[in-house]
Design a protein around this ligand. Structure first.
Ligand code: ADP
Ligand code: MG
Length: 267
């Protein structure tokens, strides 16, 4: 894989405790190939590193394989070649349940709440694998309600009657009840109003401070580059480039690459 040689400047990413280079790798895709059906390969040799308490961004045009990359990391798809390494364990092909048990959680791109259940019951479903430990479930719910006061207010509301942004917060809350070490987020602000998007990005940006490592797939290049410590560019299921926010603002080649397919502008 291509190592990133550049250090984060003071404004690169969100990490006060050292830049990208200083952090330990906690999850890695090494030359991963994967297909949904037969030999129609969607990932074609993808390599990337996710670092502890950092935000790793993934951008790329529609259909590039960003969601497929996350689904493969989380075990919904099994690599046909290459490997996925969590810590020092090769977990290629392990099912999502195993990933959850190892502290990895996933918020998919498509809406995934049970509309006919209340906010609280949706959150309780996130506690499924420790459901017999009633004390732990109640503590997890209270923790999430503390993090998202709006969800505490709406705990008895049916999820389907919430706004899109509020539903996103329920999905984030449901992923956080398990106290994950790593959270995989697929386009968390797609179709969400700008004001709420800002709140969601602020929330994501603060996750590393509470010891949560983030992988952020995003169509919004500007926001993704602004909040991430490192951004990988994908196309056709393989690496096209990578860089810190600093590098994105100076490197014409990277700028041109993303400008090809997106309206690109960095703060
Ligand atoms: N469930 C699926 N079955 C078959 N092909 C799929 C499935 N999901 C996505 N694809 C295909 O995989 C490619 C990459 O899709 P995806 O990973 O969703 O891209 P992105 O998230 O970058 O927009 C696309 O060509 C898409 O049609
Ligand atoms: Mg996608």
């Amino acid at each position: 894989m291509t190592a990133m040689a550049e250090k984060n400047g003071p404004s690169g990413g969100n990490s006060a405790n050292g830049g990208w280079e200083a952090a330990a790798t906690v999850l890695e895709m090494r030359d991963v190939h994967a297909a949904y059906h037969g030999d129609i390969s969607i990932l074609n040799g993808l390599s990337l590193s996710v670092k502890e308490n950092r935000i790793t961004g993934i951008i790329g045009p529609n259909g590039a394989g960003k969601s497929t990359a996350l689904k493969t990391m989380y075990g919904f798809l099994k690599p046909s070649r290459g490997s996925i390494v969590l810590g020092d364990e090769d977990i290629s092909g392990r099912p999502p349940y195993d990933m959850m048990a190892r502290g990895v959680t996933f918020v998919p791109q498509n809406r995934s709440l049970f509309n006919e259940l209340t906010v609280e019951d949706n959150l309780r479903l996130g506690c499924w694998h420790f459901r017999r430990d009633k004390g732990k479930v109640e503590a997890a719910l209270e923790r999430v309600f503390g993090q998202f006061p709006i969800l505490a207010e709406r705990r008895d509301t049916l999820a389907g009657s919430l706004s899109g942004g509020q539903q996103r917060f329920v999905e984030l809350g449901r992923a956080l009840v398990v106290e994950p070490k790593i959270i995989l987020l697929d386009e968390p602000t797609a179709m969400i109003a700008p004001r709420i998007s800002r709140e969601i990005y602020d929330f994501i940006e603060a996750l590393p401070e509470s010891g949560i490592t983030v992988v952020l797939v995003d169509q919004n290049v500007r926001q993704c580059v602004n909040v991430s410590d490192m951004v990988y560019i994908l196309d056709l299921g393989r690496n096209r480039g990578e860089g810190t926010k600093e590098k994105f603002s100076h490197d014409d080649h990277l700028k041109e690459m993303v400008a090809e397919w997106l309206d690109y502008q960095i703060d």
